[in-house]
Design a protein around this ligand. Sequence first.
Ligand code: ADP
Length: 173
Amino acid sequence: MSVSIYPGSFDPITYGHLDIVERAARVFDRVIVAVLRNPRKAALFDEADRVEIIRRAIEEELPPEVARRVSIVRFDGLTVEAARQHGAEFVVRGLRAMSDFETELQMAHFNRKLAPGIDTVFFMTALEHAYLSSSLVKEIARFGGDVGGMVPAAVAERLRSVAAEWSGDPAVG
Ligand code: ADP
């Protein structure tokens, strides 16, 4: 059985990420979406929220035969350790542009050095998602813009309530 792990911050998950999850689930028997707890990055949603949002997005927006192959975990530390822990031989990452490629290539080399048995597999972004990033989505939501078509419904809902809190808070507003 081929098992892959797709690590990321997913703060929050976008349609760019979800598309990679779906395509990876058509290549590998199992895809483990691994939500990174990164103390160096201030997150909008905590890990428990991010996991819950991803769970809903997968359940609501992926075909059941695809969703069945996907699970979600949280992790901190090294990706290759999380991969070993969950029996994954492949790390899945997405590429949008040359700027992604440089850091992703370095990370892939680094991970192979640490764990030669674990290989990184890259999926090219779908053309319609090439511009999407979690930070862009947060920025748009921050200013009350419409994030429909960029993120799953579960995310759009949460962003709307966060935006409402922001706009009601004079210290932030
Ligand atoms: P990280 O902090 O690890 O980069 P992200 O959640 O930002 O976590 O991204 C996780 C992975 O998904 C990365 O490989 C990133 O390049 C990829 N990714 C992010 N957005 C997109 C997108 N729109 N299309 C394809 N891949 C994407």
